[in-house]
Structure formats: structure tokens, C-alpha cells
Design a protein around this ligand. Structure first.
Ligand code: 5GP
Length: 198
């Protein structure tokens, strides 16, 4: 990865509140979000090409064959993947690019972009996570159980991440992510400064 932009990979179990944190941070600082592709059904509050690019399995599998996705996984019975698209261009332009993906995707992105900064968001407790998932009311009971099972696995991977944010108070979590992004951008400034000085 070139050092102009910063690639932030944000992960956390379903119900950790990472979507809300990201929506709020986008109101405070300029970030470039990558829109993932998925075969999951669109939720009522979601829009195509904004929350996800919603496609069918045939289309997704064609994209895999054509190597149009940077990474992809099957998660809770659906495909999710990061389109190759303009990530390199955004980084070249100096943007803060954010991928909101699950843990295996984060691991794969780190292999492709070793300078990527990985951030894991956790709820304060497993109970909170379960309550949030049920309150969301957008999944069937079977899906909720699947997501809780996946969450246990994901939380066990948190130690591999560069940073962990505990999302207890939303404002604190937003502030933590803002701090991480600022600090990582300052690292880049350091590299730019010394490059021009020596
Ligand atoms: P949801 O169905 O709740 O929107 O997403 C399920 C999980 O898939 C979340 O952890 C989300 O971050 C992850 N996810 C979304 N897009 C991608 C992607 O492009 N790649 C990977 N690896 N995970 C993704």
C-alpha cells in the first residue's frame, strides 16, 4: 500500500454497533467507504448500492471466477465480498478508506495490504450483543442463533487486531475510532515529512 491514504478494516460481531459507529464517524471526518457485494436479502431499511450491492448467487460466483472481488467469504449462508474497484485509487488520492468486513476478510485484506489498520469493535458483554440482535428484529430466530455462534468465534479472533474498541457508550466508541484514524494519518505525515527532508 502506498503511504498517502490509510486503509481501515473495521470488524466486529453482528450487533456490536459497528454500523452505527461508522455512520456517525462519517458525519465528523471524511471517510471513503467501500460498498461490499452480498447475496443476503436486503433489509427494509437498506438501499441497493448504498448499504450493499445486492446480487444473486450466480452473479456473485461469476465475480469470483472473474476475480472481481478482493476477498470474499460465506457468512451465515450468504456470500459477502469486497469489490476490487477503486481501493488503490482512493489510497493513492490520500483518502481514509474503510472496509466494514468480518474477521476472515480482515485477515485476507491484511495479507494483501500489510499496512492496513485493523480495528475490532466489541459490545461490553455477550448479553448486550444478544439483546441488540434481538431488538433489531430483522432476523429470524434461526439466523440470530447462527449469528451468536459466529460472534463467539469472531470475538475469539479479536486479539489479532491492531485495536479493540469496546462499544459501551456510543460517543466514546466514536471518539476512539476518530483517535485511531487521526493517529494513523499522523504516522503517514511522519513518512511524508522525512521523505521530503532527506
Ligand atoms: P450483515 O449481514 O450484518 O450486513 O453482515 C454480516 C457480516 O458480514 C458483518 O460482519 C459484515 O461486516 C460482514 N461483511 C460485509 N461485507 C463484507 C465483505 O465484503 N467481506 C467480508 N469478508 N465480510 C463482509
Amino acid at each position: 500500500m502506498n503511504e498517502k491514504g490509510v486503509l481501515i478494516v473495521l470488524s466486529g460481531p453482528s450487533g456490536s454497533g459497528k454500523d452505527t459507529v461508522l455512520d456517525e464517524i462519517a458525519k465528523i471526518i471524511p471517510i471513503q467507504r467501500s460498498i461490499s457485494m452480498t447475496t443476503r436479502e436486503k433489509r427494509v431499511n437498506e438501499a441497493n448500492n448504498i448499504d450493499y450491492i445486492f446480487v444473486d448467487r450466480d452473479h456473485f460466483e461469476k465475480c469470483i471466477r472473474d476475480e472481481d472481488v478482493l476477498e470474499y467469504v460465506e457468512y451465515s449462508g450468504n456470500y459477502y465480498g469486497t469489490p476490487k474497484g477503486p481501493i488503490d485509487k482512493w489510497l493513492e488520492e490520500g483518502k481514509t478508506v474503510v472496509l466494514k468486513i468480518e474477521v476472515r476478510g480482515a485477515e485476507n485484506i491484511k495479507k494483501i495490504y500489510p499496512n492496513a489498520v485493523t480495528v475490532f469493535i466489541v459490545p461490553p458483554s455477550f448479553e448486550t450483543l444478544e439483546n441488540r440482535l434481538r431488538r433489531r428484529n430483522s432476523e429470524k430466530e434461526e439466523d440470530i442463533s447462527k449469528r451468536l455462534e459466529t460472534a463467539r468465534y469472531e470475538i475469539s479472533c479479536a486479539h489479532d487486531f491492531d485495536y479493540v474498541i469496546i462499544n459501551d457508550e456510543l460517543d466514546d466508541a466514536i471518539s476512539d475510532l476518530n483517535t485511531i484514524i487521526k493517529a494513523e494519518r499522523l504516522k503517514n505525515n511522519k513518512m511524508k515529512f522525512f521523505k521530503s527532508e532527506v
